[in-house]
Ligand binder design. Sequence first.
Ligand code: UDP
Ligand code: MG
Length: 313
Amino acid sequence: MKLSLVCPCYNEEKNVKEFHKACRAALDGKIESYEIIFVNDGSNDNTWKELSDICESSETNIKILNLSRNFGKEASMYAGLQKAEGEYVTLIDADLQQRPEIALEMVEFLENNTDFDCVAAYQEQRREGFVLSLFKSMFYRIINRMCDIDFKQGASDFRTFRHNVVDAILSVPEYHRFSKGIFSWVGFNTYYIPYIPEERNSGKTTWSFKKLFKYALDGIIAYSTLPLRISSVVGILMSFIGALYMLIVVIQKLTFGIAIPGYPTTIVLILFIGGLQLTSLGIIGEYISRIYIEGKRRPIYIIKNYETNENSK
Ligand code: UDP
Ligand code: MG
């Protein structure tokens, strides 16, 4: 198998058939063999039925996986990658925002450039609103400053890997998956190509601002322990300032007899230090909660059913 397309689907009933058609138009006859792996990520519409139809009727190689509930895009990509047999493997969305023709270009690039192992598409111009773009670029600035690995601004999950890179990605078994981090962490040479995402074929994005914020926080906590260090440095600094102030008060009392009437100061300090302590505890809590979840060693996803049309061919 030359190419595997891994396509996570969550409530994409109106898109999957179009997507399949677009893949056939882009790839049939242009590549010696390919398979499409659809992962139904616990959709609550008719996505699974549509996928079963495609699997039954398609003349191309199709694998369809049905997860037992919605595990999130990261988990469904992982599930799909595990089934991929291609020499090259592409992650692509089902909503036709990412054109299958580009996947073909990515494969051709890898065929001609043996020193690269992965091609990733990045958005040169963002389609989102100003505020979201601002937050996203702030996120990249912060995470790049905090982490040792490099995050390319605007890089998407739309990527093509050589199979050995897929094996490396699969060998990272963590539950809290932040794929952009995992892709960088495993190393290898990545070539970035600019692309402009199309409009969504049908439906709307599942990424709310809240979800994106949680995703960003997950990324920072997964790839950096700097927040922990900041809280200890602030703690040390505060104790130092406290000790200094205590010395000043004692000297003032002993030498000049000044007893400072410090009610407001005391209240302000209690609130300030209390706030700092709770913040530090919160930061520690974020890490501990992740240790807790990872410690359970739960599977990343659970498969309800799996079908393929390859045997009938
Ligand atoms: N997706 C998924 N599980 C989820 C959310 C999304 O498998 O819980 C899939 C979705 O069907 C699509 C891809 O991930 O194929 C990208 O999602 P979406 O289009 O909502 O994100 P955006 O393109 O806005 O980044
Ligand atoms: Mg999309």
